[in-house]
Design a protein around this ligand. Structure first.
Ligand code: DQA
Length: 137
């Protein structure tokens, strides 16, 4: 089983970025914990701040991987192109958010991704990624 976590813009700054919202742990550190929780599966990781690069990665992995866990950051709320990329691939995508986007600004309540994703997990901090992975088992 092959999974990939794809993080979008500003998520490279996890740990220092608005820690009151996103926590104070960096993603790379969390990733090793997560890999230890799922020792028998491959969990790849990709992060980009660039919309087109996220789309390229979805195309690259989207026909061979078991599942994709995607936190597209603010592109969630703006990107028809990422939504179209998810529609174009065959690997199921779970949308994740660290924060509860529905408890935040109204512009975060809109998602171009939710309708084309298998599901959405929002509001559990870094645990959102673990919950998304568990949904495949
Ligand atoms: C986020 C929520 C988005 O609204 C925001 O733009 C992010 C992070 C989250 O993980 O809570 O960058 O996707």
């Amino acid at each position: 089983m092959k999974f990939i976590i794809i993080n979008g813009p500003n998520l490279n700054l996890l740990g220092t970025r608005e820690p009151e919202i996103y926590g104070n742990q960096g993603f790379e550190q969390y990733l090793s914990t997560l890999r230890n929780q799922f020792p028998s599966v491959q969990i790849d990781y990709y992060q980009s701040n660039v919309e087109g690069e996220l789309i390229n990665k979805l195309h690259e992995v989207g026909f061979s991987y078991t599942g994709i866990v995607l936190n597209a950051g603010a592109y969630t709320h703006t990107s028809i192109a990422i939504g179209d990329a998810i529609k174009a691939i065959t690997t199921p995508v779970i949308e994740v958010h660290l924060s509860n986007v529905f408890a935040r600004e109204s512009y975060r309540h809109e998602s171009f991704l939710t309708p084309v994703c298998k599901g959405c997990i929002s509001g559990f901090g870094l645990k959102s990624y673990e919950l998304a992975l568990r949904s495949f088992f």
